[in-house]
Design a protein around this ligand. Sequence first.
Ligand SMILES: O=C(O)CCC(=O)C(=O)O
Ligand SMILES: [Fe+2]
Length: 244
Amino acid sequence: MKDSQITSAEEFQIAGYFLQENFLSHKECDSLLQLITDYRQKNSIPKIYRNIKPIPLSYFVIDGKIIKSQIPEIQKLYETVNLVINNVTNRQFFPLNDIQVGCNINITEKGGTYRWHYDRNAITALLYLNKVDGGEIEFYPNYRIILPKAKFSRFQNVIDRVQQLSFFRHTFGKQIIIKPQPGLLLVMAGNKSLHSVRPVTESRERINIVMAYDLPNASFVVKDQLNTYLYSSEDVLNTDPNYS
Ligand SMILES: O=C(O)CCC(=O)C(=O)O
Ligand SMILES: [Fe+2]
């Protein structure tokens, strides 16, 4: 694992993200991929499909409870990346209290995508384990207009929806597009950076680890319903909680 030679905390705050290529070597990625394959050989994993426009949510997920109990190497990585993040931001972030949400493995098949959203937590690290055609993450760092007192209000929801529109993204946002590659680490201010994943265009699956951090005791919107929406194949009434 490479040390992060990143920028200052101030630079991170201004940019809203940082990228580190080869955070893991190809060999390290391959051994994590093997652990994931081993788990899947013995267990089935849920497919999430939510028909959101313009970009559906369509992926398989291994959630944080499973990682913690069955894939300790990835749990360890979640803790190691925490140190990197605290170093880069010069602040004290922590794994989420909600174990299911804190660390996930996303597996995206050909045609799969991830809708436009903000993460519910302050800092998100995305570690890509393989290279695929398509499957780029498109994001707009520090783009969100946040209402100071009404973060979870109806009006915030309206702002979020308007800012998602292509016209607003292209006019007011700084568009960044990143192709998955083995060992690439992307850290972003997840609750301020609008992001989505473009369709995977080849038959190989796109596999990455999503690690979420926040300040202690951060509170989140409609947790239970959102977790059902993101981690189970069950139908839910609400169409789009707007967060991940
Ligand atoms: O897979 C990616 O590149 C992004 C996934 C994501 O945004 C999420 O799981 O919240
Ligand atoms: Fe996300």
